[in-house]
Design a protein around this ligand. Structure first.
Ligand SMILES: C[S@@+](CC[C@H](N)C(=O)[O-])C[C@H]1O[C@@H](n2cnc3c(N)ncnc32)[C@H](O)[C@@H]1O
Length: 355
């Protein structure tokens, strides 16, 4: 007979993570909180302690009585950890624990629903306990599992890179549609501020004839980007350069497409972002200067010297930046052709053509 679940039983210390299952598919839902955080700057929420995490009933774990043990089931872990993460202010806590549990148990998330009565082993519980504790401290789920799905491609992430967001999938998609429709046999593309390399890699995979250059000011980010390119076997088709905006690119080079997801958060708003964003995305990936448009202004001016005649530029914008960005690009000799809206109906991708 299984004993009753005792919500106050708290023992077993934390152990290092051992499981590694870098597979994640629920990208859009997963990103919901982070996306909102970047756009809307929600309330600050403090970080938790180990003791608080272990105080959660999920960590009642195994009962050992007279040589027999009874394990905690998948359903109990989900219920109790949902409660714990909810108390910590984590968005979509049930989804978060399901994804962590699926990661630890190396099974698709939906299969958990067929395994509610499965008891976790002690090793699984130890691994999970540490991950839940870290998630309760608002470490992004993507850092805990190590990867994110971007346009269906697995991209590794760590603290050196900005975690790719779903709205940027729209940017990548619009770029490959444009390249496919351009009729240019071997189009040249530059991705300014490549971060994890997600956009450049998606374009290399979708447009095999494209010649791609990817720039970032962070050498640490480029290490991750190069490794992601190798993971997808496109490292030979992307030239990675470290430097400030267009500075590492030879003068006179012209691109058919200039793409960028620039830093665009106003400096003062960064301290009010969700902890997952504020404390874990690189600051240089977020900070767009006093009004958030500093890098966008630079792009409008500097990209003009690197655009092929009739070349296009596509950049991602923050909430409410579309009107002013139209003005900035118009004043710098670009013909703003469109501002595409994202899934939420917000103007998100500015498309301009060199006049
Ligand atoms: C918002 S992140 C975008 C990363 C990636 N393209 C994506 O969409 O996930 C902005 C990137 O721009 C880079 N960056 C910031 N300032 C830069 C500069 N002056 N020159 C080149 N890259 C810069 C940051 O290091 C960061 O990787």
């Amino acid at each position: 007979m299984r004993p009753l679940f005792n919500p106050d039983f708290t023992q077993h210390a934390s152990q290092p993570i051992t499981a590694k299952v870098p597979r994640l598919r629920e990208n859009k839902k997963l990103h919901a909180g982070i996306h909102a955080g970047r756009a809307r700057c929600p309330q600050r929420i403090g970080t938790g302690t180990c003791a608080e995490a272990f105080g959660a009933p999920v960590f009642s774990l195994l009962w050992h009585v007279g040589g027999y043990s009874w394990g905690v089931t998948v359903l109990e872990v989900i219920q109790k950890s949902t409660e714990f993460l909810g108390r910590k202010g984590v968005d979509s806590p049930r989804l978060q624990i399901e994804l962590l549990l699926a990661h630890v148990l190396r099974m698709p998330r939906l299969k958990l629903y067929l395994s509610f009565d499965r008891e976790l082993t002690e090793a699984e519980l130890e691994t999970l306990r540490e991950l839940v504790r870290r998630r309760g401290n608002r470490e992004p789920l993507q850092h805990l599992v190590g990867t994110v799905s971007f346009c269906g491609y697995e991209i590794a992430v760590n603290r050196d890179v900005f975690i790719p967001r779903p709205e940027t999938e729209l940017l990548a998609e619009q770029c490959w549609i444009l390249l496919e429709q351009s009729g240019i046999e071997s189009p040249t593309v530059v991705d300014v501020g490549t971060g994890s390399g997600c956009v450049a890699i998606a374009l290399a995979l979708r447009c095999p004839a494209a010649k791609i250059t990817a720039v970032d000011i962070s050498e640490a980010a480029l290490v991750v980007a190069r490794s992601n390119a190798a993971r997808h076997r496109v490292e030979g088709r992307i030239t990675f350069c470290c430097g400030d905006a267009f500075s590492p690119i030879a003068k006179g080079t012209r691109f058919d497409l200039i793409v960028s997801n620039p830093p665009y958060i106003p400096t003062d708003e960064i301290s009010r972002l969700q902890p997952e964003v504020r404390d874990y995305d690189p600051r240089i990936a977020l900070d767009g200067g006093a009004d958030g448009l500093g890098f966008i202004r630079r792009l409008a001016v500097e990209a003009a010297d690197y655009a092929a005649p009739m070349g296009r530029l596509m950049i991602e914008l923050g909430d409410g930046q579309d009107e002013i960005a139209r003005g900035i690009f118009g004043a710098s000799g670009w013909n703003v052709e469109d501002v595409k809206v994202d899934d939420q109906g917000r103007p998100r991708i500015l498309v301009a053509r060199r006049c």
